[in-house]
Design a protein around this ligand. Structure first.
Ligand code: IPD
Ligand code: CA
Ligand code: CA
Length: 257
């Protein structure tokens, strides 16, 4: 299976993402947490097509929830990362697909259908935006870069701690950003549009693909305590160009959980 075949499949979701009618069919999953018929439609489409392309690979999608996977190899899909944006016509949503093998992400694709941007990476082969190689930014100081933040919107009990961190980071960097798509934040870190990004409590489908994009573009991804992330598990994520990592981690210090 070639990554270009997988990218071609992912790009076929464009019509679904842009289907306003489907986006208006909304179900509430939890506080401020929604799913639309676009999310469900994309997940069903990619699950089916991926099993045709590579029947031996298992499938984990956000809308099926975390489940016990027995095989060594499985797709991790977020059919729409940025569902709240999609509902409001705020054009920042991505389709995020990672391939996990023996606990490692070996293929990652983040597709932004609104800008026709496909960010993709294969382990050991670099990261790309459409057909061009990408690299993380060269900034060695927070004062010279933008930092993306994530608000962990489904766990409001973390808001006080999170916003204290945002304040500390904001006072040190050029400015902060919040796109509403974790996968997009990671892709923008990989291509150097921002020096880094962090968010508490992401799920595997939010960051599996983006993790590889950042690593293959020369960056570093850890949890808030500088430990390696396990893309099969939920947890905090800090992604930077590597040069900014220590400075950013200092500002995110909290009690280990
Ligand atoms: C969410 C988005 C958001 C991030 C949340 C994620 P969803 O994913 O990535 O930017 O802050 O932590 O859960 O629910 O839109 O797939
Ligand atoms: Ca998500
Ligand atoms: Ca989602």
């Amino acid at each position: 299976m070639k990554i270009q075949e997988v990218i071609a499949l992912v790009k076929r979701t464009k019509d679904l993402v842009e289907n306003q009618e489907l986006a208006e069919h909304i179900k509430v999953k939890g506080p401020a947490d929604y799913v639309t018929q676009v999310d469900i439609g994309i997940q069903n489409f990619l699950k089916e097509e991926l099993s045709r392309l590579a029947p031996q690979i298992q499938f984990l999608g956000e809308e099926t929830g975390l489940q016990e996977l027995t095989g060594d190899s499985f797709w991790i899909l977020d059919p729409i990362d940025g569902t709240t944006n999609l509902i409001h016509g705020y054009l920042h949503s991505t389709v995020s697909l990672g391939l996990c093998q023996q606990g490692e992400i070996v293929m990652g694709i983040v597709y932004d259908p609104f800008r026709e941007e496909v960010f993709w990476a294969e382990k050991g082969k670099g990261s790309f935006l459409n057909d061009k190689p990408i690299q993380v930014s060269k900034s060695a100081s927070l004062s010279k870069t933008i930092i993306g933040v994530g608000t962990t919107p489904y766990q409001r009990e973390l808001a006080e701690e999170n916003f204290k961190c945002f304040h500390r980071v904001f006072m040190r960097c050029q400015d902060i950003r919040r796109t509403g798509s974790a996968a997009m934040e990671l892709a923008y870190t990989a291509c150097g549009r921002q020096g880094g990004y962090f968010e508490a409590c992401l799920q595997p489908w939010d960051y599996a693909a983006g993790l590889l994009l950042v690593q293959e573009a020369g960056g570093l991804v850890t949890d808030f305590f500088g430990r390696p992330t396990d893309p099969r598990k939920a947890g905090s994520v800090v992604a930077t160009n590597g040069l900014l990592h220590k400075e950013l981690l200092e500002l995110l210090k909290r009690e280990p959980s």
